[in-house]
Design a protein around this ligand. Structure first.
Ligand code: IPE
Ligand code: IPE
Ligand code: MG
Length: 254
């Protein structure tokens, strides 16, 4: 039944793919996958139906990233503020990683994808932790796309933890206060070792960051669309990259 309710997904032609591949491909793409609840509501379905449908879009975006040789894809899957939602919805969201990985992990391994998690997974239910830890562990030697799930992630709590760790390290003499630089701060964040997102995509028409990567997005290019995440298709994804390719990144210079 859901299939009938889903907008027909559009793919792009080989010519468009070639064009895009000739341009500058973002190394790191981050996506705030938003609009699942509204997608479901529009169809008279429970909100969780939107989350289930959104999972299929993750599959297709991972595939597109592989085709374009994007190096890092970060997906905002659950924020530290999302605990405020009704328990039934939170419970459903906590089951998604296991559901997704039980089907996708073999394919991800085959596609040389490396799974990574950014966020505080200690607070997640045991079965969620187990599923994501297994995915991280079994793909740790892969050197293709890094598929980074921001799970129980919040930028302010990440920054606070980084400041606390820096303070502790200064006190213990491990870190020299005089030598704290922007790179030091970057290294104390949960995203340590990953380059900053070049392109941030947010679906569903909301024009805000919702506590996502405040430090890391300082010079990223932003692209917003009204399309709800479960409807987001390959054409939309390429549209975002084509828009990125038109941007002039100046970093404060001329
Ligand atoms: C995004 O969709 C998924 C998560 C935040 C987990 P929403 O559930 O926020 O959908 P809307 O914004 O209510 O439509
Ligand atoms: C941001 O979406 C979090 C995720 C996509 C995981 P929200 O739907 O939670 O953000 P707000 O509440 O609209 O700011
Ligand atoms: Mg939302």
């Amino acid at each position: 039944m859901l299939n009938k309710l889903t907008r027909r997904k559009k793919t792009v032609s080989d010519d468009t793919k070639k064009d895009v591949l000739h341009g500058d491909i973002p190394v790191h793409i981050a996506i705030i996958m938003d609009g699942n609840g509204r997608w479901a509501k529009q169809r008279g379905l429970p909100r969780v139906a939107g989350h289930r449908e959104g999972m299929n879009v993750v599959r297709s975006v991972v595939r597109s990233c592989n085709e374009l040789d994007v190096k890092i894809l970060t997906l905002y899957a659950f924020s530290t503020e999302n605990w405020k939602r009704p328990k039934t919805e939170v419970d459903f969201l906590m089951k998604l990683p296991e559901k997704f990985l039980s089907v996708e992990l073999p394919k991800l391994i085959e596609e040389n994808v490396r799974v990574r998690i950014t966020g505080d997974i200690e607070r997640l239910p045991e079965f969620t932790k187990k599923a994501v830890n297994e995915a991280v562990e079994t793909t740790k030697n892969n050197n293709g796309l890094i598929l980074n799930f921001a799970l129980n992630y919040g930028s302010r709590s990440e920054l606070m933890d980084a400041f606390k760790s820096m303070y502790a390290d200064v006190r213990e003499g491990v870190l020299d206060e005089q030598h704290i630089s922007e790179e030091t701060v970057t290294d104390y964040l949960m995203t340590s070792g990953l380059s900053e997102p070049d392109l941030l995509i947010r679906t569903s028409g909301e024009i805000r960051l919702s506590n996502f990567m405040l430090w890391q997005l300082a010079y990223s290019e932003f692209w917003f669309t009204e399309v709800l995440w479960p409807d987001f298709d390959q054409e939309n994804f390429y549209e975002a990259i084509q828009a990125y390719q038109q941007r002039q990144r100046r970093y404060g210079g001329v």
